[in-house]
Structures are given as C-alpha cells and as structure tokens.
Design a binder for this molecule. Sequence first.
Ligand SMILES: *Cc1c(COP(=O)(O)O)cnc(C)c1O
Length: 386
Amino acid sequence: MNNEIVPAELDYRELVATYGSPLLVLDQAAVRKQYRALTQALPGVRLHYALKPLPHSAVVATLKAEGCGFDLATNGEVDVMLENQINPDDCIHTHPIKRDGDIRYALEYGCKVFVFDNPVELDKFLPYQDKAELLLRVSFPNPETKVDLSKKFGCTPEAALPLLRKAKAMGLNVIGLSFHVGSQVPNSKRHVEAITSCNQILRDAAAEDINLQVLDIGGGFPVNYGADGADFDIYEFCAPIREALSHTPKGIRLLAEPGRFISAPCMTSVASVMGKAERFERTWYYLDDGLYGSYSGQLFDHINYPKSAPYATGEAKPAVLAGPTCDSIDVLADDIDLPELDVGDVIVGKMMGAYTWASATEFNFFRKASILVIDSQEAIEIKAVA
Ligand SMILES: *Cc1c(COP(=O)(O)O)cnc(C)c1O
C-alpha cells in the first residue's frame, strides 16, 4: 500500500475498490495552496493553524514544512504536536477556559502563550507567573455569523483595560490581545471593527505603561461551499483587514488563527450506496456515511456540502440521500436530483475538510470514514490509510 501510485486523474470508484468505503481523501497540495493564499493575503501576519476543524497529522506535517505555526486548545492537540515534532515556540494555546492540568501539560510541552478573558482564569496562572505569557481575549459580538463565538468567550472592550491592570498588579505577563469574530463570516467587517477597537486598547494600555507586543486576529476566514466550487478570493476579502492592520501601533507582532480556510478544501468524501427504496415518489439512497459521520458538519457547523454522483449517467430524478444509521434525522439531502444509482455506486462530497471528520461520531457502531492521504502536487501517491 505504501508509495503506490494511482493514476493522475483520481477515480474515486477505484479508490473505494482498493481501500474500502466510506473514505475521506485528504490532499496535502490543497492544504499548501490555502496556506500560501492566506499568507499572501495577510502579509506580516504569522499564521497559526487552529487544529480544531481537522486535527490530522497529514495537515500538520504539510503546514510544518511550509513554516506555519499552530493554535492548540486541548491536551489531545498537544499530543498531535508531539507526534509531529513541532517546535513548541511555534505554538499558542488559545482556550480561554482551562484546568490546571491543561496549563501544566502545555507548559511541559514547552508552549508558553495562553489566552484568558476573566479574573478567575488569571488566578490559575499565579503558579506559572515566570513561564506563561498571556493574551487577553476581547469579544466583539457578531450576530451575522451562525457560529458566533463572542457570546461564549471574550471580555467586553470596556473590561479590557481593568483586566490588563489587574494582571499587571498580580505580576502576570500579558503580552497582547486576541479575538475571534466567529467562523465562516460573510464579510470582513467584524474583523475590521475588532482590529480598530484593539488598536485603541493597545494605545490606551501603552499610555498607562502596559506595553503589549502582540495582536492576534483569530480565525473565521471563509471558503466557498457553493456548488460551482469556485475558489474564494481571499486576497480581496482581506483587503479591508490589511488596511485596518496598517493602523496598528508600530512594533506590534501580528498573528492569526485560521482553521476552516486552511482545511476545508483539502478533503473529499466518497460514500457508497448500501441500498435503495422507492418512498413517497422519490428514490431513497442509503449511503454508508451520513450525518453522524463525515457529514456531521451539516448539523453542527450548518454547512451544506456540494454533493454529486460524478459517474452516474442518465436522466436526473428526485432523490433522497440518507445516512446509514437507524435514526430518521440521518438524511443528507431530501431534495436532490440524481441519475439512477445502483448499490455500490458512489456519492462524492466536496469541501469536506473542516468540522466534518473532527466531529463525526460512531453512533450505531458505524465506523468513521478512513482518511486516505494523497498529494496531488507530487504524483498522486497513497501516503497512508488511517
Ligand atoms: C475554532 C477556532 C479557530 C478557528 O476558526 P475558523 O473559523 O475555523 O478559522 C481559531 N481560534 C480559536 C480560538 C478557535 O476556537
């Protein structure tokens, strides 16, 4: 299986015949392409890939080779860093709420930068005063995004200075500010508002001799989930962000924590038809992957992934795509036009790298899809199946 070369044009049917179904095909070239595009769109900003949407070593290894940093939130994510021999100086730990054991585990690994947003969290750093460097997470509510992270985490902009003063009085080393405006944002307005507000906090703090060195602008950078599959113009999306960052006080180091933007385009799902039935004037196709599996993001992340039957021919008819479990909510598409499919035919889902496999369950004991790692930039090479 190692180093086996498959034909330049990927035939998902052959992959399933060889490696089984369901599969997720992870293309490292897509990871590289996204990292480079965002690096160009945000010059001067050091990127730390947020592991949460796809904590897979193939992504981590690709990004390590590109010189990317990493954004961790849990001990399990620290373990992925250890497995891939990532330099802890390239890591930040950004969970605003941690247990003492989480802080200790990250510090033992060597990651020094942590996030806080309230006084209770500050107390936890007293024993690690001389080691830990802190970022204060500020919240900017974003009702426009479906995943609005500012309710759950972050202090209000008004609370920032008092918290910075308190940390200083406690002898803790706060090095900067961070925020996360929410995931898959429709435009860069919130990023711009948050940067502008943080620029002011940085100046106000400096006026009180609290000299911060870092501004971390978080994640949220969107991708195109449309059926057309067109590339999203991230350079244009980031133009207002570049402008806002040009007003950040000189000497401030800039960071970002992209997750979805880097990982979403890199995985393609391949599921197979297990059975079919005629119900309510539609053909129901029962697939071996579903809402409890790779398509979990349709529930948790509110995304409708582009799905197709690329090898089927004939006239399209109304169909339903259902997942394999015995639960009635496990339906991927209840109104999709597809040519007639047979048992064993495949359904392909695109843009399935972020918040898919990561949140998949094994409900009903249907195992998670295997991840097949390829690199379409070299030859298409089967790197691993796990
Ligand atoms: C989830 C998360 C990210 C990544 O967000 P995306 O919208 O996927 O880019 C970055 N930082 C933190 C703290 C997160 O929780």
